[in-house]
Write a protein that binds this ligand. Structure first.
Ligand SMILES: [Zn+2]
Length: 237
């Protein structure tokens, strides 16, 4: 049986002599692994479609629950990522978070849209803010939303030193929950990201750290690529 769907390559691993196995985020079938035959041979027509971050329309043949890619037509290869190491690491965060958050039966369509948008922004030179926006969206789609609104206890906008309540994914004043300490810059960056805007460079870094902790708390999975991205972005003193 054959079918086609838009998909993004999250991971790619060499297999046998000339093949690859790709893990894809698809619009219609969530996460899916497929074999690509002969793509490591010189001049292979579908080589491009076996590369990480390739966004294309893929045609699959299905047999006994196994998938093989038979054709692909490119939407975007995000080639700008290859020219900027920070952007490449940011893209790895997007791919790994998608991979870890996609559970069986989850609709992939909205996550795919968010991931493709983030890769486009990173490829065009946008920094960590693109990853903050993506993680906030992806976590919300997986059922773990983060809010940066008013403190639910007193109704005021939290200022200065505040707390982030991991259980509820919300910020409160320092005195109004026993969450983890968070800074105003973190709050402002996340509020901007959720509203589609931009935070400061320092705030985005802090927001990434907080989202990493929240990610681990909710999924019990380790977003290693995020740790590597943060090490790359953090200035050495
Ligand atoms: Zn309060």
């Amino acid at each position: 049986m054959e079918f086609k769907t838009d998909a993004l390559v999250l991971r790619s691993a060499d297999y046998r002599e000339n093949d690859r196995i790709v893990t894809l985020l698809t619009a219609e079938r969530g996460k899916l692994s497929a074999t690509m035959r002969g793509v490591r041979k010189a001049g292979a027509k579908l080589h491009f479609a076996s590369q990480p971050f390739c966004f294309a329309e893929y045609v699959f043949a299905e047999k006994g629950g196994r998938y093989t890619v038979t054709a692909a037509s490119l939407h975007d290869g995000f080639y700008g990522l290859r020219e900027d190491i920070a952007a490449l690491y940011g893209a790895a965060c997007v791919a790994q978070a998608s991979d870890l958050l996609l559970y069986e039966g989850m609709q992939g369509g909205l996550l795919l849209v968010a991931a493709v948008r983030a890769l486009g922004e990173l490829s065009a030179g946008e920094g960590a803010g693109a990853v903050v926006r993506f993680l906030a969206q992806a976590l919300a789609l997986a059922g773990y939303p983060v809010e940066a609104g008013v403190c639910p206890v007193c109704g005021a906008v939290p200022l200065g030193r505040m707390k982030f309540d991991m259980d509820r994914g919300i910020f409160t004043c320092a005195a109004h929950s026993d969450g983890v300490p968070a800074s105003e810059a973190t709050y402002l960056s996340l509020r901007a990201a959720i509203g589609g805007g931009k935070g400061t460079e320092d705030g985005d870094l802090r927001a990434l750290r907080l989202l990493g902790a929240y990610f681990r708390d909710k999924t019990e999975a380790e977003p290693k690529a995020l740790g590597e991205y943060l090490r790359l972005l953090t200035p050495v003193h």
